[in-house]
Structure formats: structure tokens, C-alpha cells
Design a protein around this ligand. Structure first.
Ligand SMILES: *Cc1c(COP(=O)(O)O)cnc(C)c1O
Length: 346
């Protein structure tokens, strides 16, 4: 009789909340869809896809536009079916079974998920009370554990806090492990190390079009690394991992960097407004509001569960994580409804 292996028996599929909420601020998506002009560009790109042929395995044209957008060499880029796929490929292919991977907590849950599927030895360093990464402590842990890989998000999901460039570089320089920096939200902040990839033999940076470009549905992410690591990633990924539609649409969008930057600016400004408002109404309510470097805000109310339930009753969904609530920036109208509800609930 066939038996599932132990690691699969208790595994459950990832299930995002599917209830019917009129305001969804739970998944860090962009509240903007591509502007009308870009929608036309997308439609044109889709028309030109050759459907009976396999797509370009290297997604060359797409990677060229991504390279231009970031002013880096296109030979350092690997496209993925969402950055999620790239996390899976990296963890499965750059580690040997039993190798140690260091993660931090709280952080993006998929690192530990893929790490355990790959049967790696996962060592998770808890952040302190203020939820910041302590760089020296992290370096110490990676070296003491003789870890093969360190992976964390910067800015961090779910804290929305970031580690400065110089601190990130110090970590990369001080460990004998592959360092994967997931910069899914770096478009909303300034401390990228994307230009430094060629200076290190142990650095991979991940980016995604899901959060900053309003294209979560498209499933498109990128890994940026030096030539050796990029060659290994290209060889290890499945050949046609990014479908022709995504390649065409992604290239068409990245060919309009000004529109992308405009929407990132709008999201960031809206985020700043919401942050100040929430900070204001949290005053004297035993609610901690964390600083934000991304398109979402983490708060620690007196009773997170009660606030989350209260919001749900008003048709507003945020992400409830233990003592915390992670609130994605919505449109101005959505944010006003959120603030009105928080005023009653906090
Ligand atoms: C959302 C998110 C991703 C996933 O991005 P996709 O490209 O949609 O797979 C990766 N890392 C972090 C930290 C995220 O928050």
C-alpha cells in the first residue's frame, strides 16, 4: 500500500481567506490596477503571443526590460513564476539534504515551508520586542550553526520594518553562507543592495511584480545574482517556468518605468497618510504602531483578535497574526472606512 512520506502527511494547501469582504487589506496587494494606458499596452502584448510555441526559457526580452528598470546587467537576472517559485528553486537546489538554513521570526512563512519540504535543518532566530533584526546576532547564529543559507525579507513582511543597506552588506560580508535577500517591498523603500550583486559570491536578491506593480495575478518575480549563481539558477529551474503571456505582459509593463514609478509614489504617499492617521488614533489606546517601509502597516492593539473580528463584521479584512494586525494600504476610500472602524474598535 502506498504511504505518503511523513513530511507530506500533515501538509495542508495554502488557503488565503476567501470570505466575502468588501475591503481586503490582508494580502499586501496593490490597490491600484495598471492605468488605462497600460491596460491597452497589456492587451496589445497579449495579442502578439505565439500560442502554439513554447516560451523563451530565459525570458530574455522580459529580463532586458527588468534590467533597464533597475539599471543593472540583464545577464544577472532569472525570471520566475512569482518570486515564490524562485524561493522554492533556491532552497531545493542550493542546499543539500540536512543543510542548515537560518531564518528569522517573524518573517515570510514560505522560507520555513520550503525549507522543511527540502528536509533542511531550519534554525529560526526570534527578533526582539521591537521586531528589528539584530545584525550581529544574526551573523553569530549563521556562523555558529555553520549554515549553508540565510534568507530573510527586507523590508520585512509582516513587520514592515527594514534593515539599512550598510547592515545588510555587513551580514553578507560576515557569513560563510548563501544570503538570499527577499526585496519584495524594496520599491517602497531606499535600501536595496541590488547594485551590489556582482561584488559578492554569496548574494541572491529577489524581487516581485506582485506588490509594487499591481500584478499579483500575473505571477512574476525575479532573482538577481552574480553570473555563477545565475547560471546555476537558470540550469536548476524548470525550463518554461514563466509562460509566454506573463513574459509578454511583464515586458510591456516594464517598458513603461515612469508609470510604474508613479504608482509606487502614489501608494507610498497613501501609506504615509494612513500611517500618520493610525498613529494619531492609536494615541492613548495601548496600541503600538510600527514604522513602515512597505505598502502595509503593522499594529499591536490591546486585543488583536477582537479588533480583527470587529473589522470583519464591518466587511474589512486585515491579516491577524497573533498579537498583531498587518494592514495593507488600500485606496483612500477604503482607508477612510478602515480608520472609521478602528476609531470605534481600538
Ligand atoms: C508577497 C511576497 C512574496 C511573493 O511574491 P510572488 O512574486 O507573488 O510569489 C515573496 N516574498 C515576500 C516577503 C512577500 O511578501
Amino acid at each position: 500500500m502506498y504511504q505518503l512520506t511523513e513530511k507530506l502527511i500533515n501538509l495542508v494547501p495554502y488557503e488565503p481567506e476567501t470570505g466575502d469582504y468588501k475591503i481586503r487589506l490582508d494580502a499586501n496587494e496593490s490597490f491600484l490596477e495598471p492605468v488605462k494606458e497600460l491596460q491597452d499596452v497589456i492587451n496589445m502584448a497579449v495579442k502578439q503571443v505565439t500560442y502554439n510555441r513554447y516560451p523563451d526559457p530565459k525570458a530574455t526580452r522580459l529580463c532586458n526590460f527588468f534590467a533597464q528598470y533597475h539599471e543593472i546587467d540583464s545577464g544577472l537576472i532569472t525570471a520566475g513564476n512569482g518570486s515564490d517559485e524562485l524561493i522554492s528553486v533556491i532552497i531545493n537546489c542550493f542546499l543539500k539534504k540536512g543543510d542548515t538554513i537560518v531564518t528569522v521570526s517573524p518573517d515570510f512563512s514560505m522560507y520555513n515551508f520550503y525549507g522543511s519540504l527540502a528536509e533542511s535543518n531550519i534554525v529560526t532566530l526570534s527578533k526582539n520586542e521591537n521586531l528589528q533584526i539584530n545584525g550581529d546576532e544574526l551573523i553569530h547564529t549563521v556562523n555558529e550553526q555553520q549554515a549553508a543559507m540565510l534568507i530573510f525579507s527586507n523590508p520585512c513582511n509582516p513587520t514592515s520594518l527594514g534593515l539599512k543597506r550598510k547592515d545588510v552588506l555587513k551580514i553578507i560580508e560576515s557569513v560563510n553562507a548563501l544570503v538570499v535577500i527577499d526585496e519584495a517591498y524594496m520599491d517602497f523603500w531606499t535600501e536595496t543592495v541590488i547594485k551590489e550583486v556582482t561584488e559578492y559570491d554569496n548574494l541572491i536578491i529577489l524581487r516581485t511584480c506582485s506588490k509594487m506593480m499591481g500584478m499579483a495575478a500575473m505571477r512574476l518575480g525575479f532573482a538577481v545574482a552574480n553570473k555563477t549563481l545565475t547560471n546555476a539558477l537558470q540550469a536548476a529551474k524548470s525550463p518554461y517556468n514563466v509562460n509566454a503571456l506573463t513574459q509578454a505582459v511583464g515586458a510591456a509593463l516594464l517598458a513603461h518605468p515612469d508609470d510604474i514609478r508613479d504608482s509606487v509614489t502614489l501608494i507610498t504617499e497613501t501609506r504615509n497618510d494612513l500611517y500618520l492617521t493610525i498613529k494619531d488614533i492609536a494615541q492613548g489606546k495601548q496600541t503600538k504602531v510600527f514604522e513602515t517601509c512597505a505598502n502595509f502597516i503593522l499594529i499591536k492593539p490591546r486585543d488583536a483578535a477582537a479588533v480583527s473580528e470587529g473589522l470583519k463584521k464591518e466587511g474589512i479584512l486585515v491579516r491577524h497574526l497573533g498579537e498583531y494586525l498587518r494592514i495593507t494600504v488600500g485606496s483612500p476610500v477604503e482607508n477612510r472606512a478602515l480608520v472609521a472602524a478602528l476609531l470605534r474598535l481600538l
